[in-house]
Design a binder for this molecule. Structure first.
Ligand code: SF4
Ligand code: SF4
Length: 142
């Protein structure tokens, strides 16, 4: 296992990012770690994860993560927290909940609408690619 996956703490909006992940990212190190986390969460539905509103197993390999804070921009900590909070509310979980990946994917499929993802992701630089919207659409018809 990649040494950077020190735990399966996951911030909620990252489930949407995993749906849209096609090998792009902030650096080779980031992409390699993202691949590994995404593979685990998409294939091992029995894995348990803890939902967090802070830097997680994906942020662990990100160059914008400085001492556990997302410093991508002056406002990124606030923006990312807002995305996570919206996802958490939609999914009906609380921060700190320990849940199976299977249950999270089930709720993403049932509860996050295409309108929701547009609203949650509107300020993200990757949104225009539409990979994440397409990923959610694909999950909904699976
Ligand atoms: S648009 Fe950005 S924040 Fe939204 S799911 Fe995609 S990568 Fe994640
Ligand atoms: S940009 Fe911020 S929230 Fe996204 S992976 Fe990097 S540190 Fe985490």
């Amino acid at each position: 296992m990649n040494e950077l996956i020190y735990s399966l703490n996951i911030r909620p909006h990252h489930f949407l990012c995993i749906l849209g992940f096609r090998g792009l990212g902030y650096s080779e190190k980031f992409v390699s770690n993202m691949e590994e986390v995404a593979k685990k969460l998409r294939s091992d539905f029995t894995s348990f994860i803890t939902l967090v509103l802070e830097c997680d197993a994906i942020c662990a390999a990100c160059s914008h993560n400085v001492e556990g804070k997302c410093l991508k921009s002056d406002v990124s900590e606030v923006e990312v927290a807002a995305m996570d909070t919206k996802c958490l509310q939609k999914l009906g979980f609380k921060a700190g909940d320990s849940v199976s990946a299977d249950e999270v994917w089930k709720r993403v499929k049932e509860r996050i609408t295409l309108e929701d993802i547009k609203e949650i992701c509107r300020d993200c630089e990757w949104w225009e690619l539409k990979y994440c919207l397409e990923g959610l659409k694909k999950l909904k018809i699976s």
